[in-house]
Design a protein around this ligand. Structure first.
Ligand SMILES: NC(=O)c1ccc[n+]([C@@H]2O[C@H](COP(=O)([O-])OP(=O)(O)OC[C@H]3O[C@@H](n4cnc5c(N)ncnc54)[C@H](O)[C@@H]3O)[C@@H](O)[C@H]2O)c1
Length: 252
């Protein structure tokens, strides 16, 4: 893809899964990558693997729900690589106890909003000044097909993911004239470690059967879309919510 050589990006929640695959792909395209994760060791291991393949990366511990930590990861990008051109806000979690609206506790709701919505807001607050210093850049948020699905078994996570869409449209509308683009990727079912831990083999088999595609998603499928949005090839994509899902939901 065009325009990523020499650019600097952050991947938050990049210690494994979709974020790790995205960090690898961005580095392959020539970007310098700062990988942040609450699991600092995982972030370090992904960065080590990228450097071992000849790429440029560092890994740092990030608590995405804390403004100070978001400020530190942006500062790390500036200190190590001289600035920031894009931020992939990808982390998620806190789905334990998130069931239907009558049985999801207030604590579970608050936790989910902290991890799955507030972290993206704080990432935006930390990253935007650095993007504007460079004359623009890209925010890319990871949402989910769950945002537009209708799951009877889960209430908070879909609510939090919808909020990200509003955040991205706000950023796109407010700072588009300044060269900032903000977009959202909604993955369908992607076979990451997290998914393999939480979903039964039967659920995965049924999802594969229902999908109008030959296979379920791999982290690299989402990494490709994120990398496109970060690159110069994505220069005219702004304020969009993209479903990358093998056709699981077909949306305008
Ligand atoms: N895998 C799927 O099928 C799927 C489907 C739809 C959407 N998604 C979304 O894609 C993204 C990545 O999913 P994944 O399957 O790779 O999940 P994952 O659990 O493997 O990755 C999430 C990462 O975020 C990190 N993290 C959690 N809380 C954090 C915090 N407070 N601060 C910093 N890091 C934190 C975790 O340690 C983990 O490494 C998530 O936003 C998820 O909601 C995934």
């Amino acid at each position: 893809m065009r325009g990523l050589a020499g650019k600097v990006g952050i991947v938050a929640g990049g210690g494994r899964g979709i974020g790790a695959a995205t960090a690898h792909r961005l580095a392959e395209e020539g970007a310098s990558v700062v990988i942040g994760d609450i699991m600092g060791d995982w972030a370090g291991e992904v960065a080590d693997a990228i450097r071992a393949s000849g790429g440029k990366a560092i890994g740092v511990r990030l608590d995405g729900t804390a403004a100070a930590s978001q400020g530190e990861i942006v500062a790390a990008a500036k200190a190590e690589f001289g600035g920031l051109d894009f931020y992939h806000s990808n982390l998620a979690g806190g789905t334990e106890g998130d069931i239907d609206a009558l049985n999801c506790t207030e604590e579970v709701l608050d936790k989910s909003f902290a991890i799955n919505t507030k972290s993206h807001f704080l990432a935006t607050q930390a990253a935007l000044p650095a993007l504007l210093e460079r004359g623009g850049g890209a925010m890319i948020y990871t949402s989910s097909g769950a945002a537009s699905g209708a799951a009877p078994w889960q209430v908070a996570y879909p609510m939090t993911k919808n909020a990200i869409h509003a955040l991205a449209r706000h950023v796109a509308a407010k700072w588009g004239k300044d060269g900032v683009r903000a977009n959202v990727i909604c993955p369908g079912l992607v076979l990451t470690e997290a998914v393999k831990q939480h979903l039964t083999d039967d659920y995965v088999a049924r999802a594969k059967k229902a999908l109008p595609h030959t296979r379920l998603g791999q982290p690299e499928d989402i990494a490709a879309a994120v990398t496109f949005l970060a690159s110069a090839d994505g220069a005219w994509v702004n304020g969009q919510v993209w479903h990358v899902n093998g056709g699981a939901q077909m949306r305008d």
